[in-house]
Design a binder for this molecule. Structure first.
Ligand code: CAA
Length: 390
């Protein structure tokens, strides 16, 4: 293990959507027992975007505070991870680059591999910063999770974006070598280009996740990773928050861990935001990290495990060490506001938003203002998306 690593996450900020649907409202509609949602899948509520929000507006909203705090001078790369892509050609990151007025001397690209892609972005960013420690990389994961109405997946929707500033001498988390890697060609969850909602084999997707966890952990160990007992906490990808508990139990069993593990108590902190925001795909594991840093007792100098999973499937297990003084750089109040500011939807209003499709005829279509966030999708015209500050 290379203990000299001094690159990692320098800042972390997240954003979510305008609206929220509580699971109590969903259960009142579909007759499910509320305990199935609150206890069984571990979800209280899920974010629902306004008609004038998408992955670009969420991403720009998440990244704006990072740019305001650190400036744009050193950012030479923007890596935009999403599986809710809005264009087959142009990177959603280019719109964000424009909304945030980043320098022209920037490379911008979009990355895709289901929920895993933000981790690919982070690893690429670490390599770029290692090569030139003067540079910073803005990694964004932004997604809107949508399943068909009245399907089992409906309760595991959500929306959020996370912005990570990757830099040398990071203020929050030093990322270590090695990583454990795992890829398997499996159809557990996917979305063909012509569908606006995801297809999923629910139980198979859970088994695929656990199999990938085992595979990536074995590879991590083989390459000299830390023993499980080292970790003060582990942040798992959270399609729904009880999945983190399932994954953790699975990993303990796999490693033959008999006694209580310190990372078990920290799980509750990692689920603090995801239980309210729902599945945010690429952003989800980094929201778990935000939840941990914002809510746990002092973690200075402690190793934290990160388990990233993207259906289809690719997984990566890696570790970071929490940097002394990290608490001064957290965004607890802003993150709490992201959760609390959302307006509650009735079930009928949610259904209406879910069924709304953007026009595809290439005409001029101004979109009625709904979001109260800093950026909005103002119109579609000539098949172009027009974004504006609000
Ligand atoms: N009180 C307490 N618990 C209850 C309950 C009650 N009244 N009723 C049910 N439960 C429990 C069940 O026992 C179950 O828990 P266990 O799995 O621990 O046994 C849990 O609530 C869910 O119940 P079901 O399995 O019956 O729920 P379901 O069939 O409606 O579907 C789901 C659940 C498969 C997760 C479905 O929501 C789904 O398909 N979601 C999308 C797919 C997904 O999120 N997969 C996760 C892995 S893939 C991945 O991670 C990538 C990604 O982001 C998508």
């Amino acid at each position: 293990m290379n203990r000299r690593t001094t690159v990692g996450i320098h800042d972390l900020s997240f954003a979510s959507a305008e609206f929220v649907l509580t699971h109590a409202t969903l259960a009142a509609h579909n007759g499910a027992r509320l305990a199935k949602y609150h206890t069984g899948i571990g979800q209280q509520a899920m974010s629902v975007p306004a008609a004038d929000e998408d992955v670009v507006t969420l991403a720009a909203t998440a990244a704006q505070p990072v740019v305001q705090r650190h400036g744009t001078d050193r950012i030479r790369t923007v890596l935009f991870a999403t599986e809710s892509s809005i264009d087959q050609s142009k990177s959603a990151g280019v719109y964000v680059h424009s909304l945030l007025e980043l320098p022209a001397a920037t490379r911008v690209v979009e990355l895709k591999q289901a929920c895993y892609a933000a981790t690919a972005g982070l690893q690429l960013a670490l390599a770029l910063v290692t090569r030139d420690p003067g540079q910073q990389v803005l990694v964004i994961g932004s997604d809107i999770s949508r399943y068909p109405l009245d399907s089992p997946g409906e309760a595991t929707q959500g929306a959020a974006a996370v912005a990570l500033l990757v830099a040398a001498d990071p203020a929050l988390l030093r990322i270590e070598h090695p990583s454990g890697l795992y890829t398997a060609d499996i159809m557990d969850f996917w979305r063909p280009n012509y569908l606006s909602t995801a297809l999923v084999n629910g139980q198979e997707s859970i088994s695929a996740y656990l199999q990938a966890l085992e595979g990536t952990w074995n590879d991590y160990t083989k390459h000299g990773g830390r023993p499980l007992g080292d970790f003060a906490a582990i942040c798992y990808h959270q399609p729904f928050t009880t999945m983190a508990h399932k994954a953790h139990r699975h990993l303990l069993r796999h490693c033959g861990h008999q006694s209580e593990h310190p990372a078990t108590t920290a799980l509750t902190c990692t689920t603090a935001y995801n239980t309210q925001l729902g599945n945010s795909y690429t952003a989800s594991m980094y929201l778990a990290l935000a939840g941990l840093l914002d809510h746990a007792d002092d973690l200075t100098g402690q190793p934290v495990g990160l388990m990233s999973y993207g259906s289809g499937s690719v997984a990566e297990f890696f570790a970071g060490t929490v940097v002394p003084g990290y608490r001064r750089h957290l965004r607890r109040t802003a993150h709490r506001t992201v959760v609390d500011r959302r307006q509650a939807l009735t079930y009928a209003r949610y259904r209406d938003l879910h069924e709304t499709q953007l026009p595809t005829d290439g005409g001029d279509h101004p979109l009625p203002p709904q979001t109260t966030g800093p950026f909005r999708l103002a119109a579609l015209t000539g098949h172009k998306r027009i974004y504006t500050p609000r």
